[in-house]
Ligand binder design. Sequence first.
Ligand code: AMP
Ligand code: MG
Length: 364
Amino acid sequence: METKVIRMEDRAPVDPSLLSEAAQILRSGGLVGFPTETVYGLGGNALDPGASKKIYAAKGRPSDNPLIVHISRMEELPPLVTEIPETARKLAAAYWPGPMTMILNKSALVPHETSGGLETVAVRMPSDPIANAMIRLAGVPVAAPSANTSGRPSPTTAQHVLEDLGGKIEMIIDGGPVQVGVESTIIDLTEEQPTLLRPGAVTVPMLEKILGPVRLDPVLTKPLGPGIHPKAPGMKYRHYAPRADMILVDGTREQVVSEIRRRAEEAIAAGKKVGIIASEETRGSYSAGDVRSVGTRADEATVAHNLFAVLRQFDADGVDIIYSEAFPDDGIGLAVMNRMNKAAGHHHLRIARDGTETETGGNR
Ligand code: AMP
Ligand code: MG
């Protein structure tokens, strides 16, 4: 199939006539790649089991991994769920439209193909004006996972979507680079205590301001092991991953820089192509290897914004091994480090103050 690309990089104001064809494709069971504020989504009619099956097929995604259902306004929520708890109303009032997904008990309207066989459904109202206008015009809720081939880093530009899904879907809307750069925060509201299943730009302090204490799903920081079962099925897959092996290096700035320099030189001497993920503050400290700054430590949102594109650049460059500086895991840093850990298969080198090194993970 030929994938039609429509260009809307100018964004606001969104011209609805440009989106009417996308809305028509969605209503008739087809798929559209579209920008949201988090990453690009691969949209299909959430109420059409056939469309959900096409989404899994196009991504090569396991069908037990449920899709997030996107809505454009609050009136579209009640038909999808059995009830709207007070916690959900408050969170929606505070952070919708925006980069936050809530897990609620699903109604019979949501097919099991969309919910990955679960009795719960993930719902989000994106703030991106193109996404919002497209969903509204379609007149149906839009199921949309990230618009990448399963296992590759999520797409943050229309070009990334074209690389992975060109020829497999009806249309891609090019709205330019996304704003946030990492997938939405996922909060589960179906149990007694609200549980964070995936960190994102709506941070733990932002959630706790509305909800009180939030539990963190154990898989957020630890590698999967015996007895650890993620509640978000998608979190069990190796994900967000570049093709190269990746090692995260944590310690003081001086220790990290000198260890990465040493390892990079060794690997290059052994004939390997080396990538280095640095920051604005440290990029000038490396002399060998393919060095890319992922953003500034002064504002970790910049790291979230650039991370997936940097991982894809390393894929395009054909690097064999990536050494990455680690970042603090507070605020949006929790989302950054969660994605970096997954990309690295939890391969971590930690350097203590006294120089002692501990290396963990790495068997992916
Ligand atoms: P993506 O669509 O690529 O952003 O991934 C969606 C994420 O949401 C995956 O990690 C899913 O496992 C998770 N998810 C979707 N629906 C549910 C649900 N009902 N319960 C728990 N996690 C969910
Ligand atoms: Mg995804």
